[in-house]
Design a protein around this ligand. Structure first.
Ligand code: ASP
Length: 586
């Protein structure tokens, strides 16, 4: 038996018992006549002691050869520590070792395996198995496990069943590129890895499964933005015989349960906001509503004066930054530079200082008097001491820019508190989204999403105005889930494909199986998928999802530990009937 106890377990009441422990050597203090070793495992740390007076000489010698991260097994007596350590649960006791076995030696680790390590990101990723020995990483993985267990239990209790769907499939259009896998047995043909199990979960509804979920890997070959992973995990769900209201209630219930169970936070009914309202008030379809700084639209009060920048703008909008009047001229200039950075892209920023005496001082005093500026203050909700920041231009761009400024100011003012949770539903998304690159409309969610009742006709006359039965669950400024009520009849689905620019042949080749299935009694259905990695990170009060993934990929989509992706040998290529250009051949 390798151990009678784990290393986080022994307390004062265990004194005078003989125990056996196994684990890794975290730290050694060798005074010659006395050697202390911190022994670590997943559960904690127990101090071992070897001393000249009570430990046989050969064991003393053996102990002095131990190094960091050696794997050892010890047997010994639990004794009271002379100087107790109140910082760890086992700090009252230590083990006077009577038997020491070295189970494995270790090279000196490339970084310290402590809560705060000297290892940089790249090094820690290369030796991720050592990184996982560190408490913060280990705790994150345990935390993730707790969240997934809570999800599984909740859904299972509500009669959902977890069904596995295949990974080797045909392309599903979720808006990204597919990862493809060549088929050896079917020359010249490829599988695609699922961007989501979307079509399969719909087929499960047609199969009568009624309530499905799956904690499942999804694969999307996108240009990697910061903190995106090419493979990520979804809590994927689908229900039959439901309307949007049923889905919102069910998954609001799941989210409320998680917040209670994991974070001990009670949340009442989640607010609901239409997409249009979210864009108008926050310039963003995933607004962080933990703080104010809502947009004030200023067209009515700022246009038709002599300021042409505003007169020619589609939208003039501002936010009131709390306490911003205290900024120096230099600080405001810096803020103007910030909004002009290419990442934000504003052409400039107009500002109004709201003085303590109720007067205003703006960067456009030439054009606007105190009465005008008072109206701006009213529209943005500015109070004495605030700074009104105003952007203008084309509607969508201006909103996006002002939203970026709002989030930046919230960050600077520390209004985005990790332990405060503000979920909401954003509903009534547009069905279609204009794509500048291809010059046509695309499905905003995916092509299986149903339009709002009675809006199919609008597709012909005003496609941009068609709203969908689609919804997102937003938490603290992040989209943590999104879904829709689906189309479930063949005719509507083919009309939709047609509208999205698929020829009937293409639609049949790619989705014939689904449209065929619709003809055999497809029930009304809908669902949602949560991004598990992000959800776990937010519940864990952190921003980066990589910290909650055991073996994440880096920003270039590489696994630096196993060094993937990698070339494959010629034989393998030949078997797959693949040829690489000579440049790539090794
Ligand atoms: N398949 C969708 C997605 O991955 C979610 C859904 O519509 O249920 O975003």
């Amino acid at each position: 038996m390798y151990k009678t106890h784990n290393n986080g377990e022994l307390r004062a009441q265990n004194i005078n018992t003989e125990v056996t422990l196994s684990g890794w050597v975290q730290k050694i203090r060798d005074k010659g006549f006395m050697i202390w070793v911190d022994l670590r495992d997943r559960y904690g740390i127990t101090q071992l002691i070897f001393d000249e007076e009570r430990t046989p000489k050969e064991m003393m010698d053996k102990a002095s050869t131990l190094g960091r991260e050696f794997v050892i097994q010890v047997t010994g007596n639990v004794i009271e520590r002379e100087s107790k350590n109140p910082n760890i649960p086992t700090g009252d006791v230590e083990i006077l070792v009577s038997k020491l076995t070295v189970l494995n030696s270790s090279l000196t680790p490339p970084f310290t395996i402590e809560d705060k390590t000297d290892g940089g990101d790249d090094l820690r990723m290369k030796y991720r198995y050592l990184d996982i020995r560190r408490k913060p990483v280990r705790n994150n993985l345990v935390f993730r496990h707790k969240v997934t267990m809570a999800v599984r239990n909740f859904l299972s209790e509500k009669d959902f069943i977890e069904v596995e769907t295949p990974y080797l499939i045909k392309s599903t259009p979720e808006g990204a590129r597919d990862f493809v896998v060549p088929s050896r047995m079917n020359e010249g043909q490829f599988y695609a890895l699922p961007q989501s199990p979307q079509t399969f979960k719909q087929l499960l509804m047609i199969g009568g499964m009624d309530k499905y979920f799956q904690i499942v890997k999804c694969f999307r070959d996108e240009d990697l933005r910061a903190d995106r992973q090419p493979e990520f995990t979804q809590i994927d769900c689908e229900m039959a015989f439901v309307e949007q209201e049923d889905i919102l209630n069910t998954f609001e219930g799941l989210t409320r349960h998680l917040l209670k169970k994991i974070n001990n936070v009670e949340i009442g009914d989640f607010p609901r906001m239409t997409y249009d309202e979210a864009m108008r008030r926050y310039g963003n379809d995933k607004p962080d509503i933990r703080f104010g700084m809502e947009f004030g639209e200023l067209n009515a009060v700022a246009q038709h004066k002599d300021f042409n920048v505003f007169n020619s703008a589609e939208l003039v909008a501002g936010i009131a930054v709390p306490g911003g009047n205290s900024y120096s001229r230099k600080e405001i200039d810096k803020l103007i530079d910030w909004v002009k950075r290419p990442q934000v892209g504003a052409l400039g920023m107009v500002y109004v200082r709201c003085n303590e005496d109720g007067s205003y001082k703006s960067s456009v005093d030439k054009f606007y008097d105190q009465d005008d500026l008072a109206k701006w203050a009213e529209a943005t909700g500015a109070k004495a001491g605030d700074l009104i920041c105003v952007l203008s231009g084309e509607i969508h761009k201006t909103r996006t820019q002002l939203s970026a400024l709002r989030m930046e100011m919230a960050e600077r003012l520390e209004l985005r508190k990790a332990d405060e949770f503000a979920p909401l539903w954003v509903i009534d998304f547009p069905l279609l989204e204009w794509d500048e690159e291809t010059n046509r409309y695309h499905a905003m969610h995916h092509p299986f999403t149903s339009p709002k009742p009675g809006q199919m006709e609008l597709l012909k006359t005003n496609p941009g105005a068609v709203k969908a039965n689609a919804y997102d669950l937003v938490l603290n400024g992040n989209e943590i889930g999104g879904g829709s009520i689906r189309i479930h009849d063949k005719e509507t689905q083919s009309k939709m494909f047609d509208y999205l620019g698929f020829t009937p042949e293409e639609a049949k080749a790619q989705f014939g199986f689904l449209m065929d299935a619709f003809q055999y009694g497809a029930p009304p259905h809908g669902g949602i998928a949560f991004g598990l990695d992000r959800l776990v990170a937010i519940l864990g009060g952190q921003e980066t999802i990589r910290d909650f993934i055991a073996f994440p990929k880096n920003n270039a989509g590489r696994d630096v530990m196993i060094d993937a992706p990698a070339a494959i040998d010629k034989e393998q290529l030949k078997e797959l009937n693949l040829q690489l250009t000579t440049k790539l051949q090794q």
